[in-house]
Design a protein around this ligand. Sequence first.
Ligand code: MN
Length: 251
Amino acid sequence: MKQQSRRSFLANSTKASIALGIGSTMIGSSLLTSCRSAKPGNNPFHTGFDQKPLPYDYKALEPYIDATTMEIHYTKHAAAYAKNLNDAAVAEGVDRSKPLENVFGQISKFSEKLRNNAGGHYNHELFWQSMRASRPDNKPEGAMLSAIEAKFNSFGNFKNVFSDAAKSRFGSGWAWLILMGDKQLIVSSTPNQDNPLMDVAGTKGIPLLGIDVWEHAYYLKYQNKRADYIDNWWNLVNWDYVTNRYETAMK
Ligand code: MN
């Protein structure tokens, strides 16, 4: 196909998918896959190899996430990722004085144990910080809100796109809002404990916000109703923390 005809073919395909994409799911899937960056961008954050204390009590996120789920999630699941990460890092010669983020760009060169537990530890450390006690009408402000509206048309549509990614992740994994190397926001999801900093990720970038959709994150309270957990989780997002990550990553 010649360059010009290929370009008009792509333009027509885009028009066709916009014409068909009446529901938020269709708009969402086009925003999910329309552009991908090969490089995640320069990560400005420094996550350690050990668990930080939870920034709130186990009951702080009730009624949306119950205290028992939080206690088991933090002291059992996440604690095990941190322990196994440290064991694997020692065995595989990873320098633990460097940011954990440094290992993700070449994670495919390490063992499955390191990949799963490095991702598991990092993802949960981010997850705890990105929540707080619920607030009515919880939404970002300022530059974060403007960037979301510019990319996703509205905050409501962004929530639909992100929620769709979380609800449709088959099995265990995470959905993300990430900043790509070209400073564009995008929603993605990863399986298991992978994350968008990993060289194996289909869509790469700096994670600003992530939701854990492993059953251990919600099953005690919500059983099979993952969608209810996701819908309620929006009340808990710590937009001050997410905005701070966004502004730091944009510098
Ligand atoms: Mn988890």
